[in-house]
Ligand binder design. Structure first.
Ligand SMILES: [Zn+2]
Length: 451
């Protein structure tokens, strides 16, 4: 374990109901854990001092839905609807990825996340063109030192002349991915403790395109090999064919707190009840949902019904790894929805910045079953936190620290990022990364994929 730290004289936005938001507050980090939070802390260790004057300490963001491998395809889908995305990303570009492309996509995507204050990622990895792709994607996350759950996806990219797919393997052993998850679990995820930086997860075959019995088989198998999160795409608005799969899961006794449902925009009321009852997580991705005709994000509605609602970035081809943007989109879209539904002009704000910050941090931790480990500035939790400096012209003054984070700040304001008590961004720069060299390597990978 590395150094101990004390952040002195900061404004702490704890997202812990018992601590709240405290000005002129210290945060002590010992052995990777938040040891104490309060004014003028006394300590016997010799921590490194970080000045928190004019800065906000807050929990790292938790992104509960990302296809991290797509980092090389940024901006390609800026004007896509969902069908464009499926055709181009999941039929063409994905099948063009080599093992090294998968590594670089995940490594650079995780670094970009850290730069923007995302300290935990659900990597829904549907780039497993070969077993080596799985290993490379995991190594990318490991090398970036991000906290993540690697969700091994069953999706087979199509093989075509010149693609990076092994046609023979796909045709002779179409089920190889399901069995390869066991190899990956044994190779990388033997420890399986809640505080581990990397954990094993599973991403289902597309639920609306898969026979129900196959989904049941996948869930049972994922649980049998110890996957901590089982995720999938469900109920996305106008694309929802009405199968009500969550209702069927509920009736068959398949729901559990290990299930994480991405989108869920058109979940029926009884399905939300099932989700709340069984403690499943929901990941809203406002950027893609609002762009691609997937209907209004369900997060607030789900939260109102007692579900663990969280936020995700989703695709990289049209959405930056930016949880500030996701918070803003979600909050203002919800405010708009509720204002429009009212009979007269609004005299009271129904949704607060505090509520959406909670969704982006503790909500995410609950959705992935790590609420006792991360998600808030709480003594005893792992030290996954951000120090945001309020020095930029945009951030002076910062009367309301939560409003500052939700409505004004961006990644460039984040001075320090700590994951598991280790500093991974400092002085506004990623640590231990030779970005100019890495950038050229990434550009070469982009050129090969696009060609
Ligand atoms: Zn997705």
């Amino acid at each position: 374990m590395g150094s101990d730290y004390i952040i002195k004289n900061a404004t702490v936005v704890s997202v812990d109901k018992d601590i709240g938001t405290v000005s002129n507050c210290d945060v002590l980090i010992e052995k990777g854990v938040i040891a104490a939070v309060g004014p003028d802390l006394q300590y016997s260790s010799k921590p490194i001092v970080i000045d928190g004057t004019n800065a906000i300490v807050s929990p790292g963001f938790i992104d509960t839905h990302r296809h991290t491998w797509q980092t090389q395809l940024r901006t390609i889908g800026s004007d896509y609807v969902l069908s464009d995305y499926i055709l181009n990303l999941r039929q063409i570009y994905g099948a063009s990825y080599t093992v090294h492309d998968a590594y670089l996509g995940n490594y650079c995507g995780a670094l970009d996340s850290i730069d923007n204050g995302i300290t935990y990622l659900i990597d829904h990895s549907h780039i497993i063109n070969s077993p080596e792709h799985a290993d490379a994607a995991i190594k990318g996350l490991q090398d970036a030192k991000i906290r993540a759950t690697f969700c091994y996806a069953m999706y087979p990219n199509p093989h075509w002349e010149g693609s990076c797919m092994d046609k023979e393997r796909e045709e002779k052993t179409p089920d190889w991915r399901l069995h390869d998850t066991k190899r990956v679990a044994e190779k990388f995820f033997k420890s399986s403790q809640p505080g581990d930086l990397l954990r094993m997860g599973f991403a289902l075959s597309e639920p609306d395109l898969t026979p129900f019995d196959r989904l049941v088989q996948e869930i049972d198998y994922a649980r049998s090999i110890g996957c901590k999160v089982i995720t999938g795409h469900f109920n996305f608005g106008k694309w929802d064919p009405g199968n009500c799969i969550i209702r069927q899961f509920g009736q068959r006794g398949l729901l559990g707190s290990d299930l994480l449902l991405s989108h869920g925009n058109t979940l029926r009321d009884d399905e939300l009840e099932f989700i709340a009852k069984h403690g499943c997580g929901i990941s809203s991705t406002p950027d893609t949902e609002l762009q691609m005709g997937m209907s209004h994000p369900v997060a607030f509605k789900a939260k109102d019904r007692g579900c663990s609602a969280s936020l995700g970035v989703d695709v990289c081809c049209s959405a930056p790894a930016d949880m500030f943007a996701q918070m803003r989109l979600l909050l203002q879209a919800q405010r708009h929805l509720e204002h429009e539904a009212a009979d007269s002009a609004p005299l009271k704000m129904s949704r607060s910045c505090e509520e959406v910050l909670e969704i982006a941090t503790m909500g995410g931790a609950k959705a992935v079953g790590l609420e006792k480990v991360i998600g808030s500035i709480t003594p005893g939790k792992r030290a996954d936190l951000l120090v945001t400096r309020c020095d930029a012209p945009r951030l002076v003054p910062a009367h309301d620290p939560i409003g500052t984070l939700v409505l004004y700040a961006n990644g460039s304001d984040i001075d320090t990022v700590m994951i598991n008590g280790e500093i991974v961004k400092s002085g506004g720069k990623l640590t231990n990364v030779d970005w100019p060299n890495l950038r050229e390597e990434l550009r070469a990978s982009v050129a090969a994929i696009v060609s």
